[in-house]
Design a protein around this ligand. Structure first.
Ligand SMILES: [Fe+2]
Length: 410
């Protein structure tokens, strides 16, 4: 509670409504920090934080002290803890200094910071619910295990994934370079090291054997289904989203360019029918429905416009894909007016996350996307890998109103 020396502010500055299964200290440092900032901006010189939250805040004590913030926090007086403390010699006590690292939740909240700042400005009494981010999704693509795979970059992906702890991880195809057993084994080992999350995995054209013709005709996705994902067209629900995963490979016909069949569009109709407007509707497929408008002249899937029209009818919010080996974040309206000329679908194409096969503007570069959805808006943060820092860092952020909604900055 911010303190003015004689009285407290007498009003809640922030109310965080968590679900019942979350610990009471979760996000507390972030909201204390925002309260401190707000009180200082309002002219308060002294700030006292008070509460009965537990030792989970101790990592913040040093920096709050340095910032001239006072605090009184209670801690559970458990008999065994008291007994243990009593047995310690006086000299045992030493000042503890430790640096504070940003928590994964704070990093996740930063992804929605534009929304957060806007809301803070607009209202002193702020109700933040657990739907600050309905969905935080890590989008990877074109891993290309085999000769093109870059182990150092792969490790950086794993570190970032662990830091962000997303709700959902999408990998939009091309797990391997040549669909070989040992390449799938390596890809599976990589997936097993990602943090727990809903997984949405779809095959790419490189997950089909190109030169092993008999295998390609008889069981084109056999190894993919053995090691990566048994299902080819399926849906995943959770965290306020419904995701339709589609197999766009065509092993017996258009090996490279892919295809979405009418039956798959009917499957999407089934998946999305009756889903309320608040729920985010996402389609994931390896091949692109719209070429990136960057003069590389990509050929899209045959009848891609038919698919886009159907998705718009179904009020799909977002299409995630790969294949292009470079990112493109935009809207179907960038390249196709469509049946509903006022309402397109947000497109998020991912570059190759872990291979040296980047193309065009991402030639020999690696990228991934973080998609963060809240009630009216959708944020996409594009990350690139930087060799000198050996890490992925955000390079741009794109904010869209959810399709069919309007920007509302107030
Ligand atoms: Fe690829």
């Amino acid at each position: 509670m911010p303190y003015d020396g004689a009285d407290h502010t007498s009003e809640p500055l922030y109310i965080l409504n968590r679900s019942g299964n979350r610990p009471s200290h979760e996000h507390a440092p972030l909201f204390f920090d925002m309260a401190i900032e707000q009180c200082r901006a309002a002219g308060f010189r002294k700030v006292l934080l008070r509460g009965d939250t537990d030792f989970s805040l101790t990592e913040n004590f040093d920096r709050w002290s340095e910032d001239n913030v006072q605090f009184v926090f209670g801690m559970d007086v458990k008999p065994n803890l008291v007994a243990l403390a009593e047995t310690l010699e006086k000299e045992t006590w030493k000042p503890l200094r430790r640096s504070r690292s940003t928590t994964s939740m704070e990093k996740r909240l930063c992804l929605c910071s534009e929304w957060l700042v806007t809301t803070i400005k607009s209202d002193t009494h702020l109700l933040l619910t657990s739907t600050i981010a309905m969905l935080t999704l890590l989008h990877l693509s074109d891993l290309h295990f085999g000769p093109p795979y870059l182990p150092q970059v792969g490790e950086a992906v794993l570190r970032l994934a662990a830091e962000l702890s997303p709700d959902t991880i999408v990998v939009s195809g091309d797990f391997t370079q040549r669909a070989k057993r040992h390449q799938f084994e390596e890809a599976r080992a990589f997936l097993d090291r990602l943090p727990p999350a809903n997984r949405v995995l779809v095959p790419g054209n490189h997950d089909v054997p190109l030169f092993r013709v008999v295998e390609r005709l008889k069981s084109p996705l056999g190894l993919y289904q053995e090691f990566i994902e048994g299902r080819l067209n399926y849906s995943v629900k959770g965290n306020g989203a419904v995701i339709a995963a589609l197999d766009s490979t065509t092993p017996r016909r258009a090996i490279t360019n892919g295809r979405i069949h009418t039956a798959q569009l009917d499957f999407c109709s089934e998946v999305f029918s009756g889903v309320p407007d608040e729920t985010v509707k996402i389609v994931v497929a390896h091949h692109h429905f719209a070429g990136a408008p960057d003069y590389e002249w990509d050929r899209t899937m045959p009848k891609a416009k038919r698919a886009i029209d159907r998705f718009v009818d179904l009020k799909v919010d977002l299409i995630l894909g790969g294949h292009l080996h470079r990112a493109y974040i935009g809207n179907t309206l960038d390249i196709y007016a469509g049946r509903h000329r006022d309402r397109g679908i947000i497109i998020v194409q991912c570059g190759t996350s872990t291979s040296h096969r980047g193309r065009g503007k991402e030639c020999e570069k690696n990228s991934l996307n973080i998609v963060c959805v809240e009630s009216g808006k959708l944020h996409v943060t594009h990350y690139m890998y930087f060799h000198d820092r050996d890490r992925f860092e955000p390079v741009s952020r794109h904010t869209f109103p959810r399709p069919g909604r309007q920007f509302n900055e107030s």
